[in-house]
Design a protein around this ligand. Structure first.
Ligand code: TXD
Length: 313
């Protein structure tokens, strides 16, 4: 049977780490694309040379053009500028919209049936650029951010309680920005809701640290943003799609009435399988939680409205 072909656009920190995780776990062959001459070729070769030692049979190829990406099953879009200290994700919008539009116009021509996983920031708005430029249905354009945000929350809870991260389950909804909506009520440690385990001040501190989790890393790194955990988030989405696992994962989805929201991208739990985004999992929210989700969606919509009518590609 044919191995899945996975293209990763952008061979920077997130792209190359993602390529490594995908190849080493044997999810498919990987094509790494970047505009910098020689760089994706060098990184792909370097990654492939680890195969005899870490034992995988994935083929890795680096390229500056889209020929080798033709007919990809999955395209992971990571190309674009990353935040520096003091910048918000929205500060990247104009520059990254141009990059995303250019790359997605190439994808639309070379990989018409691909499932696109968006990573470039500001995430939810870049999903809209990809949707408009490719014309792909919402089932095949999905944003990665919620897995990262929930993973951060799970890590902070595990650190606080001294338990395995595996025993902690969390849900974070909303846009991938400061207005994201962590849901402590649906967050559990071995099935027990968080409010029964930690005092409110501790939970509030964890929620706050989660919402600012990306900024914390940017401040520490000084020259860029997080990439190990983001790459792990992409890996989990690809794994659920390639193996048709139908995991319920928090992803940015183009909502069509779910949660009372329409024509806007926000993070919600959805089912990922062989067809891509196979359905939104509409969990019950309190009035207060729903209001926070709507506020977060309004922030995304506001940024979406600043996109040009035409991307010139
Ligand atoms: O949760 C999330 N969605 C995110 C998003 C988590 C972490 C990072 N997030 C965003 O991903 C971040 O804000 C950036 O917008 C992207 C990529 O972050 P990364 O840390 O990988 O940035 P790098 O290391 O600067 O890599 C970007 C690469 C770099 O090699 C450029 O040469 C390349 O993108 N690039 C391009 N490649 C192909 N085609 C074009 N046009 C292009 N332009 C730049």
């Amino acid at each position: 049977m044919k191995k899945p072909k996975i293209t990763v656009i952008g061979a920077g920190n997130v792209g190359s780490t993602t390529a490594m995780r995908l190849a080493e776990s044997g999810l498919g062959d990987v094509v790494l694309v970047d505009v910098v001459e020689g760089m994706p070729q060098g990184k792909a070769l370097d990654l492939y040379q680890a195969a005899p030692v870490v034992h995988h049979d994935s083929i890795l190829v680096g390229t500056n053009d889209y020929g080798p990406t033709e007919g990809s099953d999955i395209v992971v879009m990571t190309a674009g500028l990353a935040r520096k200290p003091g910048m918000s994700r929205d500060d990247l919008q104009d520059a990254n919209a141009k990059i995303v539009a250019e790359c997605m116009s190439r994808v639309a021509k070379t990989s018409r049936d691909a499932i696109v996983i968006m990573v470039t920031n500001p995430l939810d708005v870049m999903c809209e650029v990809a949707r408009r430029v490719t014309g792909f249905p919402r089932e095949r354009v999905i944003g990665m951010a919620g897995i990262l945000d929930t993973a951060r929350m799970r890590a902070f809870i595990a650190m606080e309680m001294g338990v395995s991260t595996e025993s902690v389950f969390a849900i974070v909804l909303g846009g991938h920005g400061d207005s994201m909506v962590p849901l402590p009520r649906y967050t559990t440690v071995s099935g027990v809701p968080l409010p029964e385990l930690l005092p409110k001040e501790k939970i509030d501190a964890i929620v706050q640290r989660t919402a600012q989790g990306g900024g914390e890393i940017v401040k520490l790194l000084k020259t860029g943003s997080a990439y190990y955990a983001p790459a792990a988030g992409v890996w989990e989405m690809v794994d659920s799609i390639v193996r048709d696992r139908k995991k319920i994962l928090p992803c940015s989805v183009y909502l069509q009435g779910e949660f009372g929201l329409k024509d806007v991208w926000v993070g919600v739990p959805c089912k990922l399988g062989a067809s891509g985004m196979e359905g939104v999992f509409e969990l019950k929210l309190t009035q207060e939680e729903l209001a926070l989700l709507h506020k977060s969606a309004a922030d995304v919509k506001n940024q979406m409205n600043k996109l040009p009518a035409d991307f010139g590609v």
